[in-house]
Write a protein that binds this ligand. Structure first.
Ligand code: HSE
Length: 436
């Protein structure tokens, strides 16, 4: 094989994902070369600590000098699986300015500095691929950017954090508390000892920003995403939802807002616990699996399902990118670049429209329903169903609304709190996936 029939790869990071990339590049060497039209060879691997044992990895490739990898003129392509913003950002920018294509799985970096990285890859005329950054093994970014680019995406709604989906699945199926389900997820290695990034929705928000940017041809950063995590979800919330035929999921939703009076089209991007009917396709996504539901003007509803994390599934997406870049290089071409031509405004959360389930502790006295109903109506929110259960002198009132704006709902909650008959608004959970 002559020199120009080889693509030399520098790998930044050899953790869970990096080690699997290295292993699969050797194990599937011949198939990958046949599909790429060139041999794919790992030339250097940058790691933080050279002393960590790395079975199956040729130790002569290891260096703790990541800069030497992105500066090495013999390397054609960098795979970045260090994660986090720095030093990944600086290393990727340097690799690009040195003419290297880049493949990354780094959602946090893309969600904060995507525009800078896309611009740098354009300037340097190099490929920049990142399928693994959202929903691990699931091919979702390329379908949005390429297969569906002839259509108009109206909405993307996904379960894109496996840790929270595992916790919520356990709460739904066993009646566990949030703390109990989190402890189980931690003991099984699904949740980190500091679970903040997952349970508070930061991980899902970063992925939501990337999905929204591609779906709506607009620059979206993690700061544009409205975010609520699942820490506040109680076993009671889950059991009320279940009794009503719903399951609670942490959903990421990016959608075009309907033009209600405003002239400019805007989008909303939000991550929050959401009740969906048990019959909705996303309700069947259990444990640590991910799924992304896409609604398009012409294609209608599509769903992409699979493993959203883990070394081997994530490596699958990275190797797909690697082969794509190798094929582009053979043809002297580049893959499609980002489009942000639409440049849509991201609406504040108050503009978003959905349904809501409000649980209240109320006094069980005549006229309660009437005063709750008139308070809700006064705020232009319409009630779909009401459920009441007596508990001695008190009762729990569960109100499911029709679609209303977040600002109308916020005002409703404020007014309900003021009513003498309402002892406490216990919880409010958004509801998606109802047809009427
Ligand atoms: N911690 C993430 C999850 C995986 O639970 O889905 C990496 O994004």
């Amino acid at each position: 094989m002559s020199n120009d029939r080889v693509l030399r790869v520098g790998l930044l990071g050899a953790g869970n994902v990096g080690a699997e990339v290295a292993r699969l590049m050797v194990a599937n060497q011949q198939d990958l070369a046949a599909r790429s039209g060139v041999g794919l060879v790992i030339t250097k691997i940058a790691v933080r600590d050279l002393n960590v044992p790395r079975p199956g990895i040729d130790s002569s490739l290891l260096t703790n000098d990541a800069d030497s990898v992105v500066s090495d003129p013999s390397i054609d392509l960098i795979i970045e699986v260090i994660g986090g913003v720095e030093p990944a950002r600086t290393l990727i920018l340097k690799a690009m300015s040195n003419g290297k294509a880049v493949v990354t799985a780094n959602k946090a970096l893309l969600a904060k500095h995507g525009a800078e990285l896309f611009h740098a890859s354009d300037l340097a005329d190099v490929d920049f691929y990142y399928e693994a950054a959202v929903a691990g093994a699931i091919p979702i970014l390329r379908p949005l950017a390429e297969s569906l680019v002839g259509d108009r995406v109206q909405r993307v709604m996904g379960i894109i954090n496996g840790t929270t989906n595992y916790i919520l699945t356990k709460m739904h199926e066993t009646g566990a508390s949030f703390d109990g389900a989190l402890a189980e997820a931690q003991s099984l290695g699904y949740a980190e000892s500091d679970p903040t990034a997952d349970v508070d929705g930061f991980d899902a928000a970063a992925k939501a920003a990337i999905l929204a940017g591609l779906a709506f041809h607009t620059q979206v950063t993690d700061a544009d995403v409205y975010r609520e995590g699942i820490r506040g979800i109680t076993a009671d919330d889950v059991s009320v939802a279940k009794a009503m035929g719903f399951v609670i999921k942490l959903l990421a939703i990016a959608e075009a807002n309907e033009l209600h009076g405003s002239k400019e089209e805007t989008i909303s991007v939000r991550v929050h616990p959401t009740m969906i009917p048990l019959t909705h396709p996303l309700a069947s996504v259990r444990e640590s699996f991910n799924a992304v539901f896409v609604k398009c003007e012409s294609a209608g509803d599509l769903m992409f399902y699979g493993r959203g994390a883990g070394g081997t599934p994530t490596a699958s997406a990275i190797l797909g990118d690697l082969v794509a870049v190798a094929r582009n290089r053979n043809e002297g071409s580049l893959g499609p670049t980002e489009t942000d031509y639409a440049d849509l405004d991201i609406a504040p959360i108050g503009v978003s429209r959905t349904r809501y389930l409000i649980r209240m502790d109320v006094a069980d006295v005549p006229g309660v329903l009437a005063s709750v109903a008139s308070t809700v109506a006064k705020n232009n929110v319409s009630i779909l169903t009401v459920r009441q259960e007596g508990r001695g002198a008190d009762a729990e009132l569960v109100v499911l609304t029709h679609v209303a704006t977040e600002s109308a709902l916020a005002n409703t909650l404020k007014d309900l709190q003021q009513l003498d008959v309402v002892k406490q608004v216990v919880s409010m959970i958004r509801v998606e996936g109802l047809m009427s």
